[in-house]
Design a protein. Structure first.
Ligand SMILES: NC(=O)C1=CN([C@@H]2O[C@H](COP(=O)(O)OP(=O)(O)OC[C@H]3O[C@@H](n4cnc5c(N)ncnc54)[C@H](O)[C@@H]3O)[C@@H](O)[C@H]2O)C=CC1
Ligand SMILES: O=C([O-])CC(=O)C(=O)O
Length: 336
């Protein structure tokens, strides 16, 4: 039988080896904002995050001090405007919600002029300081900011398509919630693949592929699709000039980050929609697309095709592709 001290030594070794294999430092760039603050809090609650690095041009040290008092194991550091490089040292996952949100009457594309350069400069710093990091882009317009990140990293010679993701999870979250409401089902049990991109007609929910959604037809179907495609506008209108979705987006961002961390740490079969460099419609000049993606220890493991579509869904996809192509080209042209 092992002595008490030998038992302690064994359990200490176990604790060390399990935490050593799961050392995950996550950075949030834009941590002082409407999304950044609750997202930082939710990431502090995730036991897979061992260190949280919070950066913003305004207010990140204060957010970090606040979040750091939450009684979970991870450490939290805040970095002011001039310490971006320090914020990125050793990070494995970088989540970017930096940039301006919409006001009523604006499209996501109207944010391009401001957010394109913010995202480009942040991506460039990640490429320089943490070239192996996974980058999760929340800043809008996602259809353009993801190609901007990819092109910026490509220019620096460090682009790996397995490690750049547009976070489209809020569309999936909305679809689950809205379908759950109609079908009187628990949203946690409703998984709707939402494919395409992240703006109005580029958001294509595949309701025929979910048991609770496939029976929805006629006017109810049309209204549901519209609500999923324009859920963001619903929030922008209700906030009446004070911004766009922040709390549901923080939830969605934490959900996607959590899924990626589980896959990076070895969990198999983690498959979620996300906007990535994709071969699915590359022959039509559309080389970024959101579809179900299996995540693995290196990021993107397998990109699934969209599968069988109903006639309505085919029409939605036909409307999505030209718009998406324009948005992607605009992002690429900005970096070129
Ligand atoms: N992907 C999605 O589904 C969604 C995306 N969004 C987008 O997320 C972005 C952020 O939205 P909110 O948090 O509501 O805006 P916000 O204005 O509340 O916060 C943005 C934060 O970014 C910071 N920031 C600006 N430039 C920066 C830089 N160069 N480096 C670091 N931080 C910088 C600001 O200081 C601010 O704290 C917007 O572009 C919005 O459209 C919003 C909801 C859903
Ligand atoms: O609508 C917006 O501008 C913010 C966003 O992307 C969303 O809520 O889906």
């Amino acid at each position: 039988m092992l002595s008490r001290s030998a038992l302690r030594a064994v359990s200490n070794t176990r604790a060390f080896s399990s935490s050593a294999s799961r050392q995950t430092k996550v950075a949030v760039l834009g941590a002082g904002g409407g999304i950044g603050q609750p997202l930082s809090l939710l990431l502090k609650l995730n036991p897979q995050v061992t260190s949280l690095s919070l950066y913003d041009i305004r207010g990140a040290p204060g957010v970090a001090a606040d979040v750091s008092h939450v009684d979970t194991n991870s450490e939290v550091h805040g970095y002011p405007a001039d310490q971006l490089d320090q914020a990125l040292e050793g990070v494995k996952v970088v989540v970017i919600p930096a940039g301006v949100p919409r006001k009523p009457g604006m499209t996501r594309d109207d944010l391009f002029n401001t957010n394109a350069s913010i995202v480009r400069d942040l991506a460039s710093a990640v490429g320089r300081v943490a070239p192996d990091a996974h980058i999760l882009v929340i800043s809008n317009p996602v259809n353009s900011t993801v190609p901007i990140v990819a092109a910026t990293l490509e220019k620096a010679g460090v682009f790996d398509p397995k490690r750049v993701f547009g976070v489209t999870t809020l569309d999936v979250v909305r679809a689950s919630r809205f379908v759950g409401g109609i079908a009187e089902a628990d949203p946690a049990e409703v998984a709707v693949p939402v494919v395409g991109g992240h703006s109005g007609p580029t958001i294509v929910p595949l309701l025929s592929q979910t048991p609770q959604g496939k029976g929805i037809t006629g006017e109810v179907y049309d209204k549901l699709v519209h609500r999923i495609q324009f859920g963001g506008d619903e929030v922008v209108k209700a906030k009446d000039g004070a911004g766009s979705a922040t709390l549901s987006m923080a939830y969605a961002g934490a959900k996607f980050t959590g899924a990626l961390l589980r896959a990076l740490n070895g969990e198999k079969g983690v498959t979620v929609p996300t906007f990535v460099k994709s071969p699915l419609y590359a022959d039509q000049g559309i080389d970024f697309f959101s579809s179900l993606v299996e995540l693995g220890p290196n990021g993107v493991e397998k990109i699934h095709p969209v599968g069988e579509l109903s006639a309505e869904e085919q029409k939605l996809l036909d409307a999505c592709l030209p718009e998406l192509k324009k948005n992607i080209e605009k992002g690429k042209a900005f970096v070129a």
